[in-house]
Write a protein that binds this ligand. Structure first.
Ligand SMILES: Cc1cc2nc3c(=O)[nH]c(=O)nc-3n(C[C@H](O)[C@H](O)[C@H](O)COP(=O)(O)OP(=O)(O)OC[C@H]3O[C@@H](n4cnc5c(N)ncnc54)[C@H](O)[C@@H]3O)c2cc1C
Length: 373
């Protein structure tokens, strides 16, 4: 007999959103998180941008879940008092050679269901942001910012108010199947080892997903979970007041969005993230001077007035990519019985950006898949 109906492994924004969706549907849910706080990994080390859905290949999960997730997230924030602001974003072409790319992005966005973009000339862009330098821009009014900690606290609150639990300092170290097909989850919690049996299991463990995926004992011959390749991003903070009210993004390079300017809820500006493929997940900032020079060069392409010595090393985040450097960007991977052959199990991999924006839509998709068996 199962001890618990559903276990979700991972107390980041994705695991919490899934836990909430299941709890709202009346399921008995326990979310297990290895750290002493929710959202201590990728979910608290990102840009906190609510993306509109401009860039992702039409028809991909990232495109669909970003647009659906954005609508759901704005509604959730409004209903639950989560701090957020629909501040809008300018995507800027800084040379004539970038205009074709700008137009191509507008077309992709349209196909993704982003219907509110406005094409601006340089004068119109400067009317919105007097400090900006560009030859053309796209204004995305539905891009915004969110307090990710406020969001996670609200999700946590919904889980517990529906009788669910978020259990901290509990690391899952083993997974097995019982003879009746339930999931035996081995935990290390506060120095003690224990095994808990559940009927339905979700793996939403970010960087820990591949290790857990290898333990699920797939019923389908040949199933292997995707490998995870960490890719670090550094952020610099702007000393002093930001002259910008919108987010400002340069033209993307492949799947990397470039050194962009984002704002936090207090209006302070930060720049980043850059892209550094690494072997391990580590959050050290490392050497700052050379990196600062690169940031200054990139930022001055769209903000020539960036004052000298105004960038202060901030923090880093690490993307859980499921493709190698040089390979085409992968879609979100949401594996259910069709992929691994195990009933009542959904495992997620490669939930990088726009995962924060998409969290509520991802959660509904996972809850639907679990309901299907
Ligand atoms: C630099 C950067 C910038 C980004 N910017 C944006 C943005 O502006 N907008 C946007 O929409 N998205 C953005 N993203 C993406 C977004 O942050 C992620 O998609 C999202 O946070 C992923 O959440 P998660 O819950 O899957 O992962 P995590 O937050 O990493 O949570 C996974 C949790 O699982 C736990 N865990 C792992 N293994 C175990 C185990 N064995 N037992 C128990 N617990 C375990 C971990 O401790 C962790 O807390 C960005 C990402 C990065 C890296």
């Amino acid at each position: 007999m199962a001890d618990i109906e559903t276990i979700v492994i991972g107390g980041g924004v994705i695991g919490l959103a899934i836990g909430r969706a299941l709890a709202m549907r009346g399921a008995e849910v326990v979310v297990l998180e290895r750290h002493e706080r929710i959202g201590s990994e990728t979910s608290s080390r990102n840009s906190e941008v609510i993306h509109a859905g401009l860039y992702y290949p039409p028809g991909s999960r990232r495109a669909r879940l970003c647009v659906e997730g954005r609508h759901a997230l704005y509604a959730f924030c409004a209903e639950n008092g989560v701090p957020h602001r629909r501040c809008g974003k300018l995507l800027v072409a800084t040379g004539d050679d970038e205009i074709a790319k700008l137009d191509a992005i507008a077309e992709v966005a349209q196909r993704n269901g982003v219907t509110d973009l406005r094409r601006l000339g340089p004068r119109e862009a400067r009317a919105l942001e007097p400090d900006i330098a560009c030859v053309a821009a796209l204004l995305s009014p539905s891009t915004g910012i969110i307090d990710s900690h406020g969001l996670m606290a609200a999700l946590d609150g919904h889980i517990t108010s529906r009788g669910g639990q978020v259990v901290l300092k509990s690391e899952v170290v083993g997974l097995a199947r019982t003879p009746v097909g339930d999931h035996a989850v081995s935990l290390r919690s506060g120095g003690e080892d224990a095994t808990v049996v559940c009927r339905r299991l979700v793996v939403a463990a970010g960087h820990g997903g591949t290790a857990l995926g290898r333990m699920i004992g797939a019923a389908k011959a040949g199933y292997v979970p995707p490998d995870t390749y960490p890719a670090k991003g550094h952020y610099f903070l702007l000393r002093g007041r930001s002259p910008f009210r919108h987010l400002v993004y340069p033209m993307p390079s492949g799947a990397w969005l470039g050194i962009h300017l984002t704002l936090d809820m207090a209006g302070a500006a930060r720049f980043g993230p850059d892209l550094e493929w690494t072997r391990e997940v580590d959050y050290a900032f490392g050497e700052a001077e050379g990196r600062r020079r690169v940031f200054e060069r990139e930022i001055r392409r769209y903000w020539p007035g960036l004052p000298d010595a105004s960038l202060v090393p901030g923090y880093t985040g690490v993307r859980p990519k499921i493709y190698r450097e040089g390979e085409p960007a992968a879609d979100f991977a949401i594996h259910g019985p069709a992929e691994h052959g195990v009933a009542n199990l959904v495992a997620l991999y490669g939930i990088e950006s726009p995962g924060l924006t998409s969290c509520l839509a991802i959660a509904e998709e996972v809850a639907d898949r679990l309901s299907a068996g």
